[in-house]
Design a protein around this ligand. Sequence first.
Ligand code: IMP
Ligand code: MG
Length: 185
Amino acid sequence: MHNDLAEVLISAARIEARVGELATRLAADYAGLPLSVVIISNGSLFFAADLLRALPLPLQLDTISASSYTGTRRRDTVDLHGGLRLSIANRHVLLLDDIYDSGMTLQTVSHALLLAKPASLRTCVLLRKQRSGTVGSRPDYVGFEIADTFVVGYGLDFRECYRNLPYIGVLHAHLYASAPSEGSS
Ligand code: IMP
Ligand code: MG
């Protein structure tokens, strides 16, 4: 698996340090508030697991599933699968995702969550791609700004693989170009 990487973009140590900084900020911003964290699976599972264990606040956790990618190809619709299990009415909601690319996923999920009348809604992503043509508002909390390139690892997949890499990296170009198969997120 590691041999498939052309480049490690963000090491595990840098991720750990930055996740700690984000947790410190979130701990200050949400102190004393009824906090509900909604994570978009599967991409944000690893980010959420590390961030939330570094966050010394009482919180409720729920997940929502969204998919918008097939391989490295962007689609212009986002599918939501399953709703929330817990009520977020009058609670302060923090929505976590792995990466902000076109903004479609966060916009779609945010709209769905706002229907449930939370007290507030903010978004937090580990990565934000520096690109034009995004929709919706920018994420409130960002771990790292990266170039507009397709990355894998620490939750991010290519055709459902590489999520369990402990760092963020770029695959060898020939792997991205290989025969298409179904899969998304
Ligand atoms: P957006 O809706 O275009 O902002 O894309 C967000 C979703 O697309 C993320 O939740 C990821 O699942 C996926 N995605 C976007 N860029 C990448 C990437 O570079 N690698 C892997 N998944 C990505
Ligand atoms: Mg995803």
